[in-house]
Design a protein around this ligand. Structure first.
Ligand SMILES: O=C(O)CCC(=O)C(=O)O
Length: 288
């Protein structure tokens, strides 16, 4: 009996259901190629890169005002969420104000280089660290994927400062180059090499999912507001179940980039399908 074997370079495996729905990767507003090259090299070397003042101040103020009005009154449930930290979840369901940050052309340009086409938004959160909060335990965001290190990152994240990040107000702390480590947890010597990401509001730190980092202690008298977006490879599970948290009419209000990252896309040939078809069809099938 002759058996046929699926060839690794078959057109089916490369595109599957994607023929009519090509990835939107690379279709964002163009950014300076040399700058992107520099940032990409720094990201691979250090595991993180700081993009200074990429959101105009007026825009920061407008978004911050809306986010502050949506923050829950309660704080986190444990020392990871932070018992003096307010977190806004299911952000896209509540406001579209953060979408331009999630799909900023520089961010997409970098993600296009470090993740596979049709990478996904894994979660979006607003984090307000209140005065008196202790430092968050250091961690790396990829840790919940049970694959031993050293290994490539399965995701990347941004933290966008909506207040100035200072040495004492809870600025994110990173351990440079820790993205290349094996499975060891930071030693006291490693922790001594950690640095706060000091940056003015409207700036962003973008880092790989394997980088050790955490929210800093807020020893100032004012809260520290930030937006954080995490992204993942298109073949791992998203942290937030966007198919359940973002209703279809809300997804229709998003741009094709955000739609793609919410999950209206596939990893070829068919991961992410709906009823044997490309999920973008759901956005088109408007109820009559
Ligand atoms: O708020 C921060 O600066 C970091 C937060 C963080 O890493 C997290 O909650 O996973």
């Amino acid at each position: 009996m002759s058996q046929r074997v699926l060839s690794g370079d078959s057109e089916y495996l490369r595109s599957g259901y994607a023929k009519a729905y090509q990835s939107t990767a690379g279709s964002q507003e163009a950014v300076d190629a040399a700058e992107l090259e520099r940032l990409h090299a720094a990201l691979l070397r250090d595991g993180y890169v700081i993009l200074e003042r990429i959101v105009p101040e007026a825009h920061v103020e407008q978004i911050s005002a809306e986010l502050r009005s949506l923050l829950p009154a309660h704080c986190g449930r444990n020392d990871f969420e932070g018992t003096l930290t307010q977190r806004l979840y299911a952000v896209i369901t509540k406001t579209l104000a953060c979408n331009p940050l999630v799909e900023h052309p520089l961010v997409l340009g970098l993600l296009d280089r470090v993740l596979a086409p049709n990478y996904l938004l894994s979660q979006l959160q607003v984090i307000n660290i209140l005065p008196g909060e202790q430092a968050q335990p250091l961690h790396h965001d990829d840790a919940f994927y049970p694959v031993p290190r050293p290994r490539p990152h399965f995701g990347a994240a941004t933290i966008i400062a909506m207040d100035d990040f200072t040495a004492d107000n809870g600025a994110t702390v990173v351990i440079p180059a820790s993205h290349t480590w094996d499975g060891h947890a930071p030693t006291p010597d490693d922790c001594a090499r950690s640095i706060p990401v000091i940056m003015p509001k409207g700036s962003m730190v973008l880092f790989l999912g394997t980088l050790w980092h955490g929210g800093g202690a807020n020893q100032s008298a004012a809260p520290r507001l930030a937006v954080t977006a995490q992204y993942c490879e298109p073949w791992v599970r998203q942290q937030e179940n966007f198919s359940l948290s973002v209703p279809l009419p809300r997804a229709r209000e998003c741009s094709p980039h955000s739609q793609r990252m919410l999950g209206y896309s596939i990893h070829p040939p068919f991961m992410g399908m709906v009823n044997g078809m490309h999920p973008r069809r759901l956005l088109e099938d408007k109820p009559s």
